[in-house]
Ligand binder design. Sequence first.
Ligand code: FAD
Length: 895
Amino acid sequence: MSAEPPTPRTAGPRTAGPEKVVVVGHGMVGHRLVEALLARPGTASDGTAAGRDITVLSQEPHRAYDRVALSATFDGAGAESLRLPQLDESRIDLRLGVSAASVDRAARAVLTSDGERISYDQLVLATGSYPFVPPVPGHDAAGCFVYRTLDDLAAINEAARSALATAPHRPAGVVIGGGLLGLEAANALRLLGLAPHIVEMAPHLMAVQLDEGGGALLGGLVAGLGVTVHCGTGTARVLTSASAAGGPAPARDGAGRVTGVELADGTVLPASVVVFATGVRPRDQLARDMGLDIGPRGGVLVNEACQSVSDPRVWAVGEVACVDGAVYGLVAPGYAMAETVADRLAGGAAVFPGADMSTKLKLLGVDVASFGDAHGRTPGALSVVLNDPVRRAYGKLVVSDDAATLLGGILVGDAGRYPMLRALVGSPLPADPSVLLAPEGAGASSADAGTGLAALPDSAQVCSCNAVSKGDLLTAISSGAATDVPGLKACTRAGTGCGSCVPALRQLLAVAGVAQSTALCEHFAASRAELFEITRGAGIRTFSELVTRYGRGRGCDICKPAVASILASLHTGDHILDGERGALQDTNDRHLANMQRYGTYSVVPRIPGGEITPAKLMVIARVAEDFGLYTKITGGQRIDLLGARLEQLPLIWKRLTDAGFESGHAYGKALRTVKSCVGSTWCRYGVQDSVGLAIELELRYRGLRSPHKLKGGVSGCARECAEARSKDFGVIATENGWNLYVGGNGGFRPRHAELLVSDVPTGELIMIIDRFLMFYIRTADRLQRTAAWIEAMDGGLDHLRDVIVNDSLGICADLEAAMARHITDYADEWQAVLADPARLARFASFVNAPAAPDPAISFTAERGQKVPVSLGGYPPIPADSPGPMGFSSQAPASG
Ligand SMILES: Cc1cc2nc3c(=O)[nH]c(=O)nc-3n(C[C@H](O)[C@H](O)[C@H](O)COP(=O)(O)OP(=O)(O)OC[C@H]3O[C@@H](n4cnc5c(N)ncnc54)[C@H](O)[C@@H]3O)c2cc1C
């Protein structure tokens, strides 16, 4: 039976008398607004002080309650304890369980869900947000919940109790979303007695607020509390009693009861309860239906007075308001909006002052804080990191490019310094950032651990993060307490902070005559170079075989990508995503794209030597326009296309490969670019064809995997316009041939390349570069750049010259043969993906809804192009906010 539209009980234009204010929504902000209105003298429509006629419509059947403290109900707090301060209900008309169904703006009247028509002079929308649920199959089955209201929590409670009563073992609950709300929900499931899991698509928890280091520590701490965390993977579907793992998707959503969750990587998590904590969206349907202007990412578009830009009699506050293009997922900005509107309705001129989006909270008993420009978005921002796994604390300070001003930071595990640091944001730094981050008692100066270590007095501080002196370290070594770097770390804490003193620890051990372990990690006793030879010699093709035969355990984040790189260098014909190799790769390689902010990806086609035809430029331009991508010319003379969603990558690459483009390997530890100047073809000073050589070299080494990223450059004369000496291999033209320089690096410790050979003809030059690169790939440490590799080599550059120019070890033929194999086997990685449905399946945000975009990603405009604004976890980031958004410690729970 279809419902009849309710018949209005009263109708007609409003009559003169006290000003009529209708507030739609009795959440935290609606409540605060009414409180603020009641505290101010009213203004009648005829201008006299005559009180105010306030009607409040509350869809929820409860009086406003403290949503921020909602989870406390699982800690034993009763719902009554969440009640907000009692309003004087004799002065308002509060309708519980009654919602605004529609608004007739012309007649200035609200039609309620129970059929009443209420006229207004001023209408305030305070309808908050609704939880977003991704459209994965089974998302609406019995046993799936969101986490927003008292009723939601009561339903979760009920489902958990019934699962506990019937399951033979401890039942599990899966929370989808690893943001703040997801962690709260996981804790709730834990308190209810379920075994909690968190599934998070980003590589780490709380990706909106934390960086990789903070997220990794948080993940470890949370795991230690019994929550199983699955990061870097999406949800394929919710399994129900009407579907089965591996079987067909449920015939229709909602069929059956939840039995588990199938992840994008195929893992099946049996579960009785599933909670979606995948972000919120402004609840603006009523406003849309009224014809009000809506913000780009939803929310009622209001001015600085929180007044709708479309109708001066309509106001919006809290999570449903979009002020200056930003929607706020915190209660404190909502309260500020409520005060602004109350003041305006009383004839004042208040404006919304903006909001401090800093976050500090204890999740599952773990301290987490994020403040200011925590992700270092300010141009030129520098970061100082203290990662102390011994104390289980992570801290990062972001400072201005001149290191004079604190811009923001992240603290995980110990947020004791949060109040002091947050207060310092924007102010001159009172001390060295490492001192501000160091644990109590750490010294204020830092020693130069990199050079002249032997000459330093024993009192010199080697580890400034943990105030460990050279004398302390030497004592630990000479007493036998420490015989290696981990030992020194364990007994002195040196090296457990930012880690920059670890090379100094090694040097000190060497100075003291202690032999050093070169083990790759705890799973392999061999160094990377030794593993390369083992893999090569034994003809090993998989990580499993290598770790079973020559290592132990199941591997880690250090050895897996290192072995993946070795296998890629040795078995050049295999695709890096095939078989178990796909799982070894780090995030970027896994998706053949660099993951950028907020889960967007970049696309970087190869433009050999930086030379490109107008037709190809037009292809890039059209692709960028069609997919709405941000475009930027890189320092390596190619074009970055940024802002792609995961599921768009194959579509974009199809267009590019059809036009003859190939992967630029911007995501891999591999050859990136060979930069060139225009050379003798165009330049009056050029003595050689630098563009031709750069293209030849880039095509020769494209796809070459290495311990670190590799770059080259070719300059057509000594003026060096290609900046070739800042590259791993740089070639500069001479009247007689080419000079080859090696070991130049940009990055944290920039280095100029040094001259290896001079005036060599092109053929010889290429042969030497072949040998140089292969020797580096075989013998460098993991993540060791060419400069550090040469520096660490016994005999340095002279030895290198002996090996690869004079063939002192007799290995050059082998090195050349290896490079020849690479060149023959090279195939474009993206083309290979596009040709194979199994490989293509990796590129979906939601596995069973491959066309569905990741709703977590949204954009705003900057200088005529789009830029991403939020990871879409909870809560969203305002477009203009330099800092992260989150639940604010400044947010008072109640008025
Ligand atoms: C578990 C949890 C923990 C949180 N923790 C924090 C925290 O630590 N710090 C922080 O700052 N924020 C936190 N938040 C967010 C905070 O609760 C919100 O920012 C705040 O509640 C927003 O208030 P609001 O009034 O705008 O919206 P809401 O509180 O959502 O209230 C809106 C109300 O309007 C009602 N409504 C909607 N449409 C209609 C209609 N047509 N007619 C009548 N009524 C309608 C809704 O039913 C709802 O009751 C948390 C949220 C949750 C869920």
